[in-house]
Design a protein around this ligand. Structure first.
Ligand code: OXD
Ligand code: MN
Length: 582
């Protein structure tokens, strides 16, 4: 088979000449194709069928133990000019990068099948959607791409119509960490990834295309590609408002996107709808508002910590047609992970008899892949070609101290500063030390495909005549007391904060002015049915002036790392913060 697009056929031929596969398979995305691939992977031991009674259609994949997370130190943005990639990216000159990675691809598919995977990021008929083709030698990647994107014939037809597509070349290679690279060539709309089968490194539609390459395209074309969930909040009067929220990896985006309202809210008719849990593409509409689509069609979520009390919606979508990666297994073949609150592991994520001495049963970055249509809070609004209008943008991080529960930015450029100054404790979603506070502007540190200074200028450029921009907020669900306990219950109760946010958008809730922005007074939040210690609430809503003085200097120093491209307006906002606090 081939396509109606000569450039695509020529590229496939060129890749085949380099990688020398035994055969080539063009993916059509059909059920029959999925069944055949699943059968093949079961035969090869790449997939293990889970208990068909409790988890019909579900499989377990155990990755190489050295290939369990994104590898930021091996991820490069290869622009012609080094400055364009910025200090926020590892950089290699494109010629050198191609030469290094092509040497690895040389002959790497001998004896393997080369899969051509056409995919569309976003609803297939959406003007905001963009397409790509991933070439891979991994059937596991194909199976995941089928759940995570609109993959197959429909995408190919759109690519043939559009004439353009992002090229992604992937091989698992030898899974040798010493022969592993994830390279991006934004000027060529090309991605090359070698030596890893892990989601963020290998499902090229996700982080590589929908964030790194798309952020570059978005800047050129005047839109935004962001590491944000999109959630719809339906009020008792039936109106639904949408919020886009950026959090670093493994900080509860999936939980927030699928939140179950507290009982007192449910009784009054509040509902929550999931549009997306990880990536948001936004564009100004003719009404001046920002309209957003979720470019993905599925969830690639962190399993540990997902349980009946943290995310019942996620659990409900995981009992059929899901792929689990690096979770543990019970004696009767059910998937298991820490935080599941029931069952017990018999085999750990590496397939060994479970022994607590070997550490957690599931890998801390164990994942599930599932179509978003499986989710009980899935909404057809996720398929709207024009997307959903965004009322509020929320930036959040994992900060045990300092950052209050919620703060509203005074205006758009203050909001951009809030995003640019974001910091969070690192998690298991990337290799490296866990629990260290690092700056993660807009939660895009690992994902922005160009210089952060230019990125912030792009954000600021949205504040134009006629724009009806979302209000901007910062939240922190992760504040701790001295003794280490969390001050805020989080999960479903986060709706209390989201309600205040939406009421602020309508000028319908109180707030107090502080040097760091607008904060709710204790009685501005709806705390019905929540037994919260008043001292804890005070701590959550207090502004620690000494701490913020130190923080404001650290923020200035952080912004200056991006000189000379950091926008003057942002520096002025940061100086204003430092001066107001001094
Ligand atoms: C993810 C991540 O997989 O951010 O979404 O690492
Ligand atoms: Mn993510």
């Amino acid at each position: 088979m081939s396509s109606q697009l000569p450039e695509l056929n020529a590229w496939v031929d060129q890749v085949a000449a380099l990688t020398r596969p035994e055969r080539i398979h063009w993916c059509d995305g059909s059920d029959a194709e999925e069944q055949a691939l699943t059968a093949l992977m079961r035969e090869r031991g790449d997939l293990l069928a889970l208990n068909p009674d409790s988890h019909p259609g579900c499989h377990l994949h155990r990755s190489d133990p050295e290939d369990v997370a994104r590898v930021e130190h091996l991820t490069f943005v290869c622009t012609r000019r080094r400055e364009d990639a910025g200090p926020n990216n590892h950089w290699l000159a494109p010629d050198e990068a191609h030469a290094r990675i092509d040497a690895l691809f040389d002959g790497c598919m001998a004896g393997r099948t080369l899969y051509v995977v056409p995919y569309c990021m976003g609803p297939i008929d959406s003007p905001l959607a963009r397409c790509g083709v991933e070439i891979t030698d991994s059937p596991y990647v194909v199976a995941n791409m089928r759940k995570m994107t609109r993959m197959g014939d429909a995408a190919l037809r759109r690519i043939e119509r559009d004439g353009g597509f992002v090229r992604g070349l992937h091989s698992t290679g030898e899974l040798d960490p010493g022969r592993r690279f994830i390279m991006h060539f934004p000027e060529e709309l090309t991605i090359k990834s070698y030596g890893s089968g892990y989601g963020g490194n290998a499902l090229l539609g996700k982080k590589c295309h929908a964030l790194r390459i798309a952020s570059w395209q978005a800047r050129q074309e005047g839109w935004l590609a962001e590491h944000m969930l999109i959630v719809g909040i339906e009020r008792p009067d039936g109106q639904t408002r949408y919020i886009a929220a950026a959090f670093p990896s493994a900080c509860g985006k999936t939980n927030l996107a699928m939140l179950i309202p507290p009982e007192a809210y449910r009784e009054r008719g509040w509902k929550v709808w999931t549009v997306g849990d990880d990536i948001c593409w936004m564009q100004r509409g003719s009404d001046g508002r920002l309209w957003a689509i979720n470019p993905e069609a599925g969830f690639f979520g962190v399993a540990p910590g997902t349980g009946p009390s943290t995310n019942p919606n996620a659990l409900a979508m995981l009992d059929r047609d899901a792929i689990f990666t690096n979770v543990a297994m019970t004696a009767d073949g059910q998937p298991w992970w820490e935080g599941l609150e029931e069952g017990a592991p018999a085999l750990d994520w590496q397939g060994r008899a479970y022994d607590p001495g070997n550490g957690p049963a599931a890998h801390p970055n164990a994942r599930f892949t599932v179509s978003m249509r499986n989710c009980p809070s899935y909404t057809a609004a996720a398929e709207h070609p024009h997307g959903v209008p965004i009322s509020a943008i929320v930036f959040g991080g994992r900060r045990r101290s300092l950052v209050p529960l919620v703060t509203q930015a005074r205006d758009w450029s203050h909001g951009v500063l809030m995003g640019a100054a974001m910091a969070s404790e690192t998690t298991a979603a990337a290799t490296g030390q866990v629990g260290v506070v690092r700056r993660d502007p807009m939660a895009m540190k690992p994902f922005c495909g160009y210089h952060f200074g230019d990125y912030w200028a792009h954000w600021l450029s949205f504040d134009t005549e006629g724009a009806r921009l979302p209000a901007v907020f910062q939240v922190n669900w992760f504040r701790r007391a001295e003794d280490g306990r969390f001050l805020w219950p989080g999960f479903g109760d986060n709706l209390r904060v989201l309600e205040w946010i939406l009421r602020r958008c309508d000028d319908d809730a109180g707030a107090r002015q502080t040097p760091i922005g607008l904060l709710p007074n204790a009685d501005d939040l709806n705390l019905d049915g929540l037994a919260l210690d008043p001292a804890d609430l005070d701590a959550l809503l207090a502004v620690d002036a000494d701490g913020w003085r130190v923080e404001s200097q650290a923020v200035l120093a952080h912004l200056e790392e991006y000189a000379p491209r950091v926008p003057a307006e942002l520096l002025a906002q940061a100086r204003r913060l430092a001066e107001t606090l001094s």
